[in-house]
Design a protein around this ligand. Structure first.
Ligand code: URA
Length: 230
């Protein structure tokens, strides 16, 4: 068995936050999708539709970060082909969504990885102190082969995601096998999460400019959960 040691995907991982942070290379299509989801005039219906497209791309890209094995196959022409297959089985990929906004990412996760397992964690930030509080967590039974895609569309202060990471690690999941997948992030969140959990991987679609005093990402897209679920 040989696995690919070199990462080949459609994001770059040479950001100032280190090699464990992967950021989409902005193609014309991505530029257009991001403009639509940021636009205050985008309807809820379109917000859902265009975010689903982005989420699907993010899940596909998270799979690029996982290893593959060489595999020889035969084509219908009876010709041999030296190819590759994912070395991590679908049942060893666990999607863990941070309720509520993270649940928006489960649908495309199940579409791309049909037999994946799903876990959930409910963490809410206190709107006055901005401190996260854990209300509920339920993960599938831990298997040491498991990789986790931790799902939350926005990385803002990092408080919720770090609490979720803490729960996962206590359950046995290995930092180096966790990929935190988000649509939008900011330097403040990336900075604290990478310093606190240097071994996890973060796949982000877009790194915005900064976090405002109300802890919204700027220029951002507003409250993701409110726009996606209402
Ligand atoms: N969560 C959101 O939905 N948007 C932000 O800007 C920050 C956190």
């Amino acid at each position: 068995m040989s696995t690919n040691s070199e990462y080949i995907g459609f994001s770059e991982n040479n950001t100032k936050f280190g090699n464990n942070v992967y950021k989409f290379r902005l193609t014309n299509q991505l530029k257009s999708l991001y403009t639509t989801i940021r636009d205050v005039n985008t309807s809820n219906k379109d917000f859902i539709f265009y975010n689903n497209r982005l989420i699907r791309l993010l899940i596909e890209e998270a799979l690029n970060i996982l290893p593959v094995n060489e595999q020889k196959i035969l084509t219908p022409l009876n010709e041999p082909f030296n190819g590759f297959k994912n070395s991590v089985g679908n049942t060893n990929i666990v999607g863990v969504s941070i309720i509520r906004a993270g649940e928006s990412m489960e649908f495309e996760m199940r579409n791309v990885i049909p037999d994946c397992k799903i876990g959930k964690v409910l963490i809410q930030r206190n709107e006055e102190t901005f401190q996260p509080q854990l209300f509920y967590s339920k993960f599938p039974e831990y298997d040491q082969e498991d990789y986790v895609f931790l799902l939350d569309p926005a990385l803002a202060t990092g408080g919720s995601v770090m609490m979720a990471l803490d729960c996962l690690i206590k359950q046995g999941y290995k930092e180096e096998k966790i990929i935190f997948v988000n649509i939008l992030s900011c330097p403040e969140g990336l900075d604290i999460v990478t310093k606190t959990y240097p071994n996890i991987k973060i796949l982000t679609g877009y790194i915005d400019e900064y976090l405002n005093e109300k802890k919204y990402i700027v220029p951002g897209l507003g409250d993701f959960g409110d726009r996606y679920f209402t």
